[in-house]
Design a protein around this ligand. Structure first.
Ligand SMILES: *Cc1c(COP(=O)(O)O)cnc(C)c1O
Length: 421
């Protein structure tokens, strides 16, 4: 048996209906934008392995940093102790995050980063004896798959089976020309039930790279501030350069109270996440009463190896070469947008930073993991390009190190797909 066959015997994959899914390629090596499977087939990773890998696979600089840390101090508990990489990473992150961010809480993945933000918002008001138990979120948002994060998420078929067991979340649409989200939010805020408003700033990733304007988000945040409702920017997808700025929040005038980071935090190497907080939130947990502390933690919180990987990744991000790569890829994507404008079967072409997305025109609406999407996905895999269309939406989120020639291969393959659908 080869790896793919053994995998089918033993493994359960995410978002996968195993009855109708065949053997999955077994990736055995990665370098830069390339991945190779056990049969030697080559793939270009045009979505940075679910948006985590901006610097390319098997990056030697991050690998070195991890090795050095593993042979110095691989892990120590963060309850009752601290460690050098965790301190240095906190100092570094707080120097690049919006200036109101003052404290970091480490965890293991995007969903936990969101759980921590939601719990902090809810307990902040509980500690003050104020009853604010509901959350506001965008329609079609995605914040993760654990219970709190799932409640905040608005892609309904992800969460349908669990309705009735979830936190109470009220949704508003993202602000576009058709949606007066500000007015809807204003109506909601007539009641004092809400602890926080959580959102993916400027780009809703899992919804299919839905984009909206920073000025509109500024207005929503500002209204929340007036009503003492905390704002949580989920930058798990957008963080670390993808929008063309370090964080999507860098496009805003307002500063959110909390920020969630993960995915590219360690350059796609070690699972790790951070939730950052304003001083006001942190201070809401200070008391002589131990019960007012945030009773949340994970076994691997503050893991030195993950922190060392993140430090190396952030250093890489700010090299002149990588900053230039971000601008270059963004420019190429913008030019491809112009090329796609000429295409009769394509609509809603949009870019922000290195992200490009568009819809293929269809008579009827296509479901998230439906047949049309599966056909497109299979076509790209067959042609050695990893793209994961969402319904009839195709998006490219390439590693920053993708060369113009490699981008052109992705573009040509997409154009070929458009000819045959
Ligand atoms: C991926 C993602 C999450 C969840 O992160 P996991 O590590 O998969 O738990 C949350 N929010 C956003 C915006 C994401 O893109």
């Amino acid at each position: 048996m080869n790896l793919s066959q053994k995998d089918q015997l033993y493994n359960w994959h995410p978002y996968t209906q195993h009855q109708t899914t065949g053997l999955l390629p077994a990736i055995v090596k990665g370098e830069g934008v390339y991945l190779w499977d056990e049969n030697g087939k080559e793939y270009i990773d045009a979505i940075s392995s679910w948006w985590v890998n901006p610097f390319g696979h098997s990056n030697p600089i991050i690998a070195q940093a991890i090795y050095k840390q593993l042979t110095t101090l691989e892990h120590v508990l963060f309850g009752g102790f601290t460690n050098k990489p965790a301190v240095e990473l906190a100092e570094k992150l707080l120097s690049i995050l919006p200036s109101n961010q003052k404290k970091l809480f480490y965890s293991d993945n995007g969903s936990t980063a969101v759980e921590i933000a939601l719990k902090a918002a809810l307990q902040y008001f509980y500690n003050k004896g104020e009853k604010r138990t509901k959350i506001i979120a965008f329609e079609n948002g995605f914040h993760g798959d654990t219970f709190g994060a799932m409640a905040a998420s608005g892609i309904t078929f992800f969460t349908e089976a669990f309705q009735g067991s979830l936190l109470e979340v009220v949704r508003i649409p993202v602000p576009t020309a058709e949606n007066d989200s500000l007015n809807l939010l204003e109506n909601l805020l007539q009641s004092n039930d809400f602890a926080a408003f959580i959102f993916e700033p400027l780009v809703q990733g899992a919804a299919g790279m839905v984009m909206y304007a920073p000025q509109e988000l500024d207005r929503l945040i500002s209204l929340c501030k007036k009503n003492k409702v905390f704002t949580i920017a989920d930058e798990i997808m957008t963080g670390f350069g993808k929008t063309g700025k370090t964080f999507a929040c860098d496009y805003l005038n307002e500063q959110p109270d909390m920020i969630c980071l993960s995915k590219a935090l360690t350059g796609g190497t070690i699972p790790m996440a951070v939730t950052s907080f304003s001083q006001e939130i942190f201070d809401g947990f200070l008391s002589n009463d131990v019960n007012k502390a945030l009773f949340h933690g994970h076994t691997f919180t503050g893991n030195p190896t993950g922190c060392a990987a993140a430090l190396a990744a952030i250093e890489l991000l700010f090299t002149e070469e990588m900053q230039h790569n971000i601008k270059r890829v963004a420019q190429q994507q913008y030019q491809f947008k112009n090329r796609l404008e000429q295409h009769p079967t394509v609509e809603h072409i949009r870019t922000l930073g290195i992200i490009l997305a568009f819809e293929i025109k269809r008579e009827t609406s296509e479901s998230y993991y439906g047949d049309f999407r599966n056909k497109l996905y299979a076509f790209f895999i067959e042609n050695g390009i990893i793209l994961r269309p969402v319904g009839n939406t195709i998006y490219i989120l390439p590693p920053y190190v993708t060369t113009n020639e490699q981008l052109e291969i992705i573009y040509k393959t997409i154009e070929k797909a458009l000819e045959i659908v």
